[in-house]
Design a protein around this ligand. Structure first.
Ligand SMILES: *Cc1c(COP(=O)(O)O)cnc(C)c1O
Length: 366
């Protein structure tokens, strides 16, 4: 059960920022000098541990931390790794795929979009066809868990298609890394992006990229941005543990605490088991209360779930307020094809909390 702390009047049933443990928040109660070894050792420790969480052959990969929210890390990656004469295929079936398309437009990257409906996962055979018909494509960018709907895209199947054609693979694993086991090595991922405030359960303030060294080494001088230059950030961080510009020190220290707690509680496999259980309980209970899911079960992630409005005149805002008064905040829907709202089940949220939420919703609906 989550801690009933007076400074948190409600639990966040959202896709991030998430409810964090009291000890993670407590880790922020001191100041750090970015220049001092004490702090730089924390940064290097975090980088080493991220690589260890993501891969089994850590020598081939490195981790780069980047100030800002998760999107800043996505933009830094796209901006830095795609050269002027290269072209990225962006797989889009939601707002986060679409955001990468917008970034490609703003940055004037060569790009092509594999556009799908929000409820439709990419088809590996179709992906193969597009790559074969467009041999000038050098990179493929894909969202793992599309938080827009809660869809878990078929990463392994898509990665196989991309790897077989020797393209560079960029994965936005923002809302899945730390909550769903994956191995960047086995999947042949070259750049995997996530952030502090999702399934590692830290607080917001920076994103990170797990990068294949051999690919990142090729990217010197390519970034279309000074601040979001992933290569320069890496070189500086690798040599000294320093971020190029002011880093979110308290957030970084809290993230180390979150990594310690992840390890102490059995690592990613056990966190995944908790999230899977949360999500299964949630859907089972919501179904009984008359709420149906947007997605088919086989496409559904254990991270966040979209529910259809139970009746056409359903007043989500009024419902939201009542649920909030009872200690939980929900998330509005984000898709155009149907009226939905979303319930996240990641963060410091346990099956007991889900049962409590269901009982609150049951009372409101009856
Ligand atoms: C949270 C998230 C992001 C980043 O969003 P920010 O608001 O910039 O932190 C990107 N992609 C996905 C799939 C996400 O869930």
């Amino acid at each position: 059960m989550h801690e009933m702390v007076p400074d948190n009047p409600y639990l966040l049933m959202t896709p991030g920022p998430l409810s964090t443990s009291k000890s993670v928040r407590h880790a922020m109660l001191r100041d750090w000098c970015t220049w001092d070894d004490d702090y730089q050792n924390i940064v290097q420790n975090i980088r080493t541990r991220l690589v260890a969480l993501a891969t089994h052959s850590s020598e081939d990969y490195t981790a780069v931390l980047m100030q800002g929210s998760g999107s800043f890390a996505v933009e830094a990656t796209l901006s830095t790794v795609i050269a002027a004469d290269q072209k990225v295929l962006i797989v889009s079936n939601g707002a986060y795929g679409q955001r990468m398309v917008q970034m490609a437009q703003v940055l004037h990257l060569g790009h092509l979009v594999y556009q799908l409906a929000e409820t439709q996962p990419p088809a590996p055979a179709e992906l193969a066809q597009i790559l074969d018909a467009n041999p000038d494509i050098t990179h493929v960018a894909l969202v793992h868990c599309e938080t827009t709907t809660g869809m878990l895209n078929p990463l392994a199947e898509c990665a196989q298609v991309v790897n077989a054609r020797d393209k560079v693979l960029i994965v936005d694993a923002m809302s899945s890394f730390g909550g769903i086991p994956l191995d960047v090595d086995d999947l042949g991922i070259d750049f995997l992006i996530s952030s502090a405030n999702k399934c590692i359960q830290g607080v917001p303030g920076f994103g990170f990229v797990i990068a294949r060294r051999a690919e990142l080494e090729k990217c010197e001088g390519q970034a279309r941005s000074l601040c979001l230059d992933l290569y320069d950030q890496w070189i500086q961080m690798d040599t000294s543990g320093k971020w190029r510009f002011t880093s979110p020190t308290h957030v970084v220290r809290a993230f180390l605490q979150a990594l310690d707690e992840l390890a102490a509680k059995g690592g990613i496999a056990s966190r995944n088991a908790r999230y899977v259980k949360n999500q299964a309980l949630l859907v089972e209970g919501m179904n009984k209360l008359g709420f149906k899911t947007l997605l088919k079960r086989k496409h559904q992630s254990p991270i966040i779930t979209s529910f259809l409005y139970p009746e056409p005149n359903f007043d989500f805002n009024a419902f939201y307020d009542l649920v909030k008064e009872s200690g939980f905040v929900l998330y509005p829907g984000k898709i155009s094809q149907a009226d939905t709202f979303r319930v996240g089940n990641i963060g410091e949220v346990y099956p007991e909390d889900i049962r409590e939420l269901l009982s609150v919703i049951g009372d409101i609906r009856h």
